[in-house]
Every structure is written in C-alpha cells, then in structure tokens.
Design a protein around this ligand. Structure first.
Ligand code: THU
Length: 139
C-alpha cells in the first residue's frame, strides 16, 4: 500500500460537509454522511445521504451534492469533502467514485474528514478511481 500525504481540507468545505451531515436522513443504517464540493464557479454545494425503507434505494451524500450542483447550472468541481461517522475514513462507494469522475479533472482533490473536522485522507481523483471510464471513452 502506498502512503498518502494528508493535506488539510479547506475550512469552508469542512463546515459545509459537517452541517450537511447533521441533516442526513439515515434511520436504517444510522450512518450519517455529509459531502460538500466547490464548483469551478466557486459555489459550495452540499449533500447528505437520504435513505428509505426499501434499503437499496437510498442516495449517498456525494450523489445528492452532485445532483444539486447540476441543478444549479454547473457541471465541474475541483474539490469535495466527505464526512462519515467517527474516525473511520468514509471513502466514497464505487458508484459515487464514478459520479465524481464524471464532473472532475484527474487532479481534483477528494478529502475525507472525521466528524471532528480532522482530515484523514487527501486523494486526487486519479487515486480515487484509477484507469476510469469517462466521457472520452465514448468518443
Ligand atoms: N454512504 C454515503 O452517503 N456515502 C459514501 O461515500 C458511503 C456510504 C451512505 C449510504 C448509506 O445511506 C449509508 O452511508 C451506509 O452505507
């Protein structure tokens, strides 16, 4: 395993991700997740996970933030902060990695923080989802 350099996540995105996590609707897993991204245009957009009684139909925090970004008229972001529960790094699920891939450059930064706001992991998009399939593959 390679060791990663941890660079602290920006304070404004940390605050937005933690505030979003407070809004999470996760009565089934009780695993509350928040995400906040900064768009190319400089907006901070957040999301939380939203579950429902048909368990597989829940939506991840990252997916919620990305949907809100597209609705706001933007389709590119440079950095995203994700926070789960406690001290275990809440790394994005496979589906969210692909969603992040669609709207970022390979050098975008993904920060995983703990619920005290401490940065646990700092990854480039390429590290998060190497050798990814993207829009270029369809050309
Ligand atoms: N979850 C997220 O929102 N983002 C992740 O990166 C990993 C998992 C959610 C999905 C589900 O609501 C709960 O966390 C437990 O898996």
């Amino acid at each position: 395993m390679t060791s990663q350099t941890v660079t602290d996540a920006p304070r404004d995105l940390i605050d937005a991700a933690l505030a979003a996590r407070d809004k999470a609707y996760a009565p089934y897993s009780k695993f509350y997740v928040g995400a906040a991204l900064r768009t190319e245009g400089g907006q901070i957009i957040a999301g939380c996970n939203v579950e429902n009684a048909a368990y597989p139909e829940g939506v991840c925090a990252e997916a919620g933030a990305i949907s809100a970004m597209v609705l706001s008229g933007e389709t590119k972001f440079d950095e995203i902060v994700v926070v789960g529960l406690g001290d275990v790094a809440c790394t994005p699920c496979g589906g969210c990695r692909q969603k992040i891939r669609e709207f970022t450059g390979s050098d975008a930064t993904i920060y995983i923080i703990n619920d005290a706001g401490k940065t646990l992991l700092t990854l480039t998009r390429e590290e998060l989802i190497p050798h990814s399939f993207g829009p270029e593959n369809l050309k």
